[in-house]
Design a protein around this ligand. Structure first.
Ligand code: FAD
Ligand code: NAP
Ligand code: SF4
Length: 691
């Protein structure tokens, strides 16, 4: 930590008492005290399955415990093989591994509580032994599940109880049983996934029987002093999902069965409504928890898009919940609660809900989870920012995400860093991203970096293009070129026609965009430009009513699943738009695993024509001439926006590479192909940790 950081620390108690009185008040749950109202919600990080995962998780969670969180909930752990996860807890060897985690957390702060999530994925398990109440295949599952018979049900119940007992032996303060999302317990509850006619199906009383019996068995196995949380789908976002009355009845029965806390979840994985992506307004769903809270006497947890302490405090002040869950925000900044307590909110590295390094990695295959804005997340033992023993003078050219990450980490470690950018604001291309409706959170990353530059003492010179002579004369030990990219101009006849503009001018509004527009290139930037120029009215990310209308959610009347079933209402596009690519694959296939579908659906609803297999022929006064699937076609457009990818901008590097100073490239300047901010920040962080 830099000396500046110490100086800026204010009296924790006064800030806490005046600004977030509810967030920092303790909560008694039976005999257990939770020291404040913040919870790190469960996230499967992939560490659970690694050989050394328990050691990495120990440090991952301990760092969050030191950062002031009240209660940690681990990623999901299965009670048995059928549960579907690589990580399970059912025997003494596994107990010993988990004890490493709980010991580390309790050593970091004995007042922090840690609960283990028991997750039985049921029909979503990725193997042919998967089980469910009925052989109903989920639209997102690989296998038709095996119908549980009476013995199978008894085995699952006793495995849940054994798993909870093992969690207690391992030193956890409690367990969270997940009863939502399309996993085993929720498939008993919902009519369309439970077709049974025996005592485990049919009437709602029968459909509730299995989840309630799980709670009873778990409670009997762990005794009274152990926290048992049940995660309920307070809105499952399914046509024909659970009704409000059923949710309330379940919550009240769970209470009688012995749960200590009810946690509200929104969505099943198969539902076509975004509930945590960046286009979802902050705290959009907490009113639903608020309604449930009035009807039960155990504490309730709310969640989804609560990413800053003021949002959490407002949720508690409205009476929407007793506890606030922040999962991804704990990846983005392990010290969030500590910074809030010390009045250093402007130093919080805010989760921008992009999903790019967390959920996209979880659901996208074999990539370890991390965080776009904080590459240390889940890599605490590997990426360490140690104070330097050999301070250097470093020049960083370019204040985009790569340059900002590099210089703030290098300066925090004790190097003297000068940062230059030709623009009069920091942020590089993030200044374009933040203008896209639905990407307003990107402002937070720039706010964070602006403050980090001050805190770490980086000397910043803006509005100043830097050349090689300037850098030579500076006498620097290290020069870091983070100058980003130059947009690619494709080689198409007539590319100089006045109707052709670049994406930077289109986004900044520097050149007019007509009523009929062709976008050349359908990558992330092509999609964002299409979103911007077809947008009308309020940004749904900033207005819960608009968001609800756009995605067919009815918060007020809560029909089955919470969704209306009628066609969502989207403001009509003021323009006719063609979004084009040369590849024959589906347009938008390369977008984020967990968010790409929302972008494709939104543009579809606004009538954007997304066309693959395009061969560009010529641009002239008639428009864009091309072959589509080999057929000649003229798109009679008045504007053509180029979003055709980018090339690295590294002229400075090439000029300086033979100088005595060590010169390195980072971010887009290093490699523009498949560049995004995740890669730019990650690369910069590892370089700055080593310099
Ligand atoms: P840049 O951000 O390009 O920064 C380079 C900086 O160098 C600029 O500030 C420039 O002014 C400065 N510079 C250049 N030459 C000189 C010089 N000679 N002297 C001084 N200064 C100089 N990525 C994601 O991960 N997720 C997203 O959702 C996302 N959305 C995006 C939306 C849009 C509309 C755009 C345009 C990009 C988006 N990106 C997104 C991409 C992301 O912004 C880039 O990958 C990232 O900004 C690259 O960072 P960088 O630091 O390498 O370069
Ligand atoms: P990109 O994703 O590589 O897309 C470039 C597009 O241009 C592709 O559709 C490509 O498709 C086309 N193209 C490439 N060369 C061309 C040529 N010579 N002529 C015509 N078309 C050409 O890059 P980007 O859209 O510029 O985005 C830059 C980076 O920012 C991306 O890597 C992306 O990850 C990141 N970003 C992310 C998000 C997000 O939401 N996560 C949003 C915006 C940007 P064809 O070759 O098939 O035509
Ligand atoms: Fe949040 Fe994005 Fe980081 Fe995930 S990767 S924690 S969504 S900022």
């Amino acid at each position: 930590m830099s000396p500046n950081k110490e100086r800026n620390t204010t009296n924790p108690m006064s800030a806490t008492q005046t600004k977030y009185p509810r967030l920092f008040s303790p909560l008694q749950v039976g005999k257990v005290t939770i020291k404040n109202r913040s919870i790190m919600g469960s996230m499967h990080t992939g560490l659970e399955e690694l050989d050394d995962g328990h050691i990495r998780m120990a440090e991952f969670f301990a760092e969050r415990a030191r950062g002031g969180i009240g209660l940690i909930i681990t990623g999901g752990i299965s009670p048995n093989e059928e549960g579907g996860l690589g990580a399970k807890l059912s025997n003494a060897d596994e107990v010993a591994r988990h004890k490493v985690i709980t010991d580390a957390v309790h050593a970091a702060d004995p007042d922090v509580r840690i609960c283990m999530q028991v997750l039985h994925t049921g029909p979503l398990a990725p193997h042919d032994k998967c089980v469910a109440p009925s052989p109903v295949r989920s639209p997102i599952a690989r296998y038709v599940p095996n119908e549980l018979d009476e013995n199978g049900i008894e085995k699952q119940l006793s495995d849940f109880a054994n798993c909870a007992r093992c969690a207690k032996d391992a030193g956890y303060d409690g367990v969270e049983i997940i009863g939502s999302a399309g996993y085993l317990l929720s498939t008993f509850l919902v009519q369309k996934t439970n077709l049974r006619t025996d005592k485990w199906g049919g009437s709602y009383e029968n459909r509730m029987r299995f989840p309630l019996e799980v709670v009873r068995r778990v409670r009997a196995a762990v005794g009274d002093d152990f926290i048992v949380i049940f995660r309920i789908a307070a809105m499952d976002m399914l046509q024909g999902g659970m009704s409000w009355d059923e949710i309330v009845q379940l919550a009240q029965e769970l209470e009688k069965a012995g749960v200590s806390i009810i946690s509200t979840h929104f969505t099943w994985h198969e539902s076509a409504v975004p509930t945590i992506a960046t286009m979802v307004p902050r705290a959009a769903f907490t009113s639903v928890t608020g309604r449930l809270k009035k009807l039960v006497s155990v504490p309730v947890i709310t969640s989804n898009r609560i990413n800053m302490p003021d949002v959490a405090e407002a949720v508690l002040a409205r009476g929407d919940a007793d506890l606030v869950s922040m999962a991804r925000p704990m990846l983005a900044d392990s010290q969030l609660m500590k910074k809030a307590a010390e009045g250093r909110e402007d130093e919080i590295n805010t989760c921008i809900a992009c999903n790019q390094a967390c959920l996209d990695h979880t659901f996208g295959g074999n990539q370890e989870v991390s965080c776009l804005v904080n590459p240390r997340a889940c890599h605490e033992t590997q990426l360490v920012y140690k104070p330097t023993t050999a301070p250097k003078r470093i020049a960083v050219v370019g204040a985009g995400p790569a340059g900002l990450a590099y210089c703030t980490i290098a300066a925090e470690r004790g190097h003297t860093v000068d940062l230059f950018d030709q623009s009069d604001e920091i942020g590089g291309q993030f200044n374009l991203a933040k203008r896209i409706p639905g990407k307003e959170e990107f402002h937070e990353t720039l706010r964070y970096f602006k403050r980090q530059l001050e805190v770490t003492g980086v000397r910043v010179s803006l509005g100043q293009p830097v050349d090689a002579d300037f850098l030579r004369s500076g006498g620097y030990d290290e020069i870091v070129i983070a100058t980003g990219i130059r947009p690619r101009v494709p080689d198409i006849e007539g590319i100089d026609h006045p109707s052709v503009i670049g994406y930077i001018d289109a986004i900044k509004g520097a050149k007019p965009v007509g009523d009929r527009v062709a976008i050349i290139g359908a990558g992330g930037i092509g999609f964002d430009v299409a979103e911007l120029i077809t947008h009308a009215g309020k940004s749904s990310a900033l207005d819960i009513d608009t968001f609800a209308k756009e995605w067919g959610i009815d918060f007020a009347n809560h029909p089955r699943g919470g969704v209306t079933g009628i066609e969502p209402v989207v403001e009509a596009s003021p323009r006719e738009v063609w979004l084009l690519q040369r590849k024959s694959s589906g347009v938008g296939r390369g977008l984020g695993k967990t968010t790409g579908w929302t972008h494709r659906l939104t543009l579809n609803r606004k009538g954007v024509r997304m066309i693959p297999s395009v061969s560009y022929q010529r641009i002239d006064d008639y428009g864009l001439h091309c072959l589509i699937d080999g057929e000649p076609k003229t798109l009679e457009v008045d504007t053509i926006i180029l979003c055709a990818g980018q090339d690295p901008l590294r002229d400075l590097h090439d000029e300086l590479v033979n100088e005595s100073a060590h010169v390195s490239l980072v971010g887009g300047a290093f490699e523009a192909s498949e560049l995004d901010a995740k890669r730019a920040i990650n690369q910069a962080a590892y370089l700055a940790a080593q310099v």
